[in-house]
Design a protein around this ligand. Structure first.
Ligand code: NAD
Length: 434
């Protein structure tokens, strides 16, 4: 069993740390935010992620998982150090890797014997070399270490399952010794015959960006097809169902909507597009996907505007704030653009999300938040579905109509029955199904 440090205890670090401890290793999760570590030590989880609490508590009880802010001590006691800090969008669309660089410097200063240093954060292609240079420069005396790129593919909302049962594990490293150590970290996955791919560092870094950019492209493509469906009287659901039956296309990521959001796709597409420009191999497809996505978010605001004939002095319920269901993460959520558009147009927002109200308060403190869809929708001029939470799929539409002032609905996730909406005389719009 290995001693593992995971630095950065956010959506990726906490799930990875808990998951690796569940594989049987001894894991210490480190963060710079005191309050986060205090909560975790009390058995409370600072983020919403299904099954995470059980996973964390089970491994804490087994004595395999603990939490600290003491990074130096943790580095010294570890065989493998995972860097899982944030890499938000920085200037010119490029990823801001300053947190990764800070951690690398601290690791370098505290290296006392051989260790595997492994980046899980999504970092631009070529960052591995930069990190090694930072570590080398910070070392007090020459110590041997190996650097690994091990990108993470978990999805918020199903992160625990994704981490424990991944489609593949990518290990980018130029040393067989470190590759063997990394294989030991992930050894329980051999039972499921999970493919473990050994690549060089730059290839591993590229695999992550190439995958995310491809998925973003798929979403933007399907959103444009949906928009065209609206003009020609075709139904996007039947179109994507048939497309998905083609094994070359696959049915995943073929759902039209208000434009992708979240902490990964927007920043990762911008990062790979900026890198491609920097390297003079401009990625026109990715740039087009980004542009389409921005336009899709705007299109939703315009749809609502036309549906209710302007926002001024209107009360509008926004159902769903998280960028997808089963998470409290609102980073780059399409709801942010929608709320912003309504406010700019002079409207009032009544917001409700089963989990993400508090996260959205950091972006909008001047809108009204409610604890149920019924309260949010009471006496409003329109309802907009922004996140496909199950609770909205199951909404009693008759009841909804009875509590609204005017029966206008924009369903940006296509989760409501058109037949029922028609039967109840709602005035509605959606994406690609009119
Ligand atoms: P996050 O913002 O939720 O968590 C980052 C954590 O790092 C925070 O708790 C922060 O306090 C901590 N941190 C920052 N600087 C630190 C330092 N110097 N020392 C210790 N801790 C520090 O971010 P996230 O969503 O977990 O993403 C982390 C990385 O993983 C990013 O590069 C992201 O692109 C990538 N990624 C994210 C997802 C996802 O779904 N969220 C999926 C795959 C990959």
């Amino acid at each position: 069993m290995k001693n593992i440090a995971v630095i950065g205890t956010g959506y990726v670090g906490l799930v990875s740390g808990a998951g690796i401890s569940d594989f049987g290793h001894y894991v210490t999760c480190v963060d710079i935010i005191d309050s986060k570590i205090t909560l975790l030590k009390k058995g409370q989880i600072p983020i919403y992620e299904p099954e995470l609490k059980e996973l964390v508590n089970r491994n804490v009880r087994a004595g395999r998982l603990n939490f600290t802010t003491k990074i130096e001590k943790t580095i010294k006691n570890s065989d493998v150090i995972f860097i899982a800090v944030g890499t938000p969008e920085g200037e010119n669309g490029l990823a801001d890797i300053s947190a990764v660089e800070d951690v690398a410097r601290t690791i370098g200063r505290n290296l006392s014997d051989y260790k595997v240093i492994c980046t899980k954060s999504t970092v631009p292609i070529g960052t591995g070399e930069k990190i090694c240079k930072i570590i080398d420069d910070a070392m007090l005396k020459p110590i041997k270490y190996d650097y690994v790129s091990n990108p993470e593919f978990l999805r918020e909302g199903s992160a625990v399952n994704d981490f424990l049962r991944p489609d593949r594990v990518i290990i980018g490293v130029n040393s067989y010794k470190a590759f063997d150590i990394m294989k030991k970290v992930y050894s329980p996955l051999f039972i499921n015959e999970t493919p473990i791919l050994h690549t060089n560092v730059a290839t591993a870094e590229m695999i992550k960006y190439a995958s995310n950019a491809f998925l973003a492209l798929k979403i933007s493509y399907v959103n444009e097809i949906a928009n065209l469906c609206e003009e020609v009287g075709a139904d996007i659901h039947q179109v994507t169902k048939a497309m998905g039956q083609d094994g070359r296309i696959s049915k995943k990521f073929l759902h039209p909507g208000p434009g992708y959001g979240g902490s990964c796709f927007p920043k990762d597409t911008n990062a790979i597009a900026s890198l491609s420009i920097e390297k003079s191999v401009k990625m026109h497809t990715v740039l087009a996907a980004i542009k389409t996505n921005n336009k899709q978010k705007l299109r939703m605001i315009n749809k609502l505007d036309s549906l209710i004939n302007g926002f001024n002095q209107k009360n509008i319920a926004i159902l769903g704030l998280a960028f997808k269901p089963n998470t409290d993460d609102v980073r780059e959520s399409a709801s942010i653009d929608m709320i912003d558009g309504i406010i700019k147009g002079g409207g009032h927002v009544m917001a409700y999300d089963p989990i993400a109200n508090d996260s959205m308060k950091k972006y909008f403190s001047n809108i009204t938040y409610f604890d149920s869809w019924e309260d949010a929708c009471s006496d409003v001029d329109a309802v907009v579905i922004m996140t496909e939470w199950n609770e909205f799929r199951a909404m009693d539409l008759k009841k909804l109509k009875s509590i609204m002032k005017s029966p206008f609905i924009l369903d940006t996730r296509n989760i409501l029955s058109i037949n029922l909406l028609k039967k109840l005389n709602f005035k509605y719009d959606n994406v690609g199904r009119t």
